[in-house]
Design a binder for this molecule. Sequence first.
Ligand SMILES: Nc1nc2c(ncn2[C@@H]2O[C@H](COP(=O)(O)OP(=O)(O)O)[C@@H](O)[C@H]2O)c(=O)[nH]1
Ligand SMILES: [Mg+2]
Length: 255
Amino acid sequence: MFYDPSLSGGRKVAVSMIAPFRNEVENLPWFIERVPDWIDEVIFVDGNSTDGSVDLIQDTMPSAKVVNQPGKGKGNALAYGMVNATTDVIVAVDTDGSMDPRHADEYVRALLANADLVKGSRYLPGGGSDDLTKLRDVGNKLLTLAANTMFNQRWSELCYGYFALWTDHLERLGIHDMIEQHRVDGKVLPYGSGFEIETLMFCRAVRNRMKVVEIPSFEAPRANGTSSLRTFRDGSRVVWGMSTERVRGIHHSVR
Ligand SMILES: Nc1nc2c(ncn2[C@@H]2O[C@H](COP(=O)(O)OP(=O)(O)O)[C@@H](O)[C@H]2O)c(=O)[nH]1
Ligand SMILES: [Mg+2]
């Protein structure tokens, strides 16, 4: 349970941490050690790992839930993890050693201080990244500019996976519907199944007139292994995401 007497009349909230992983056996011990003890439910979402990640989680954190994603891609994993949450609040965190789960309280505090969705930003003062290559940095800035123009926002960042929201909002954001489309025909993942998931959620939050708040976040370099993001393929999917949401209409509800 998260409890801060100075916020929201001292309301207690139960929190789920959603942690997607694919072959992160070397990075998971660091992550698991840092999961705050006030987190009520940790849902690890496996993308068919073959490196013993599942055994490691079950041995070192037997209280955690480990679920298999029904389809492919990080978006599919996150959506599936989120709809399995049984608590009030969801915090999503990567498990590659780049995001420190000990900062989850900052996200919950911002939700309790009256936000609907809280997104981490590496570009706000106090945030940063040692993981972004120059190319990704420029790409992310251009994508942010495009999303800000299309959705009339002043976001400092777009493609970042540390975020939190009230679980009740999932339905409004159409997340349940997304995991229905988990069948993958051919090579292209269905819409929402890839790294465009965050863009899709943030843009849909605007479409639903939800209050989106950014807080600073620092991203360390991925501790071990390599990123599965491919800059051009996934950058194009992000453009697909924001354009699709824009065409669907800014102030028309998602559902
Ligand atoms: N379950 C699952 N997790 C994934 C998948 N792709 C990436 N991840 C996880 O999502 C997080 C971010 O992925 P990463 O490859 O580091 O991308 P980057 O942070 O954008 O460079 C990591 O914790 C990965 O293990 C996937 O297809 N399925
Ligand atoms: Mg990473």
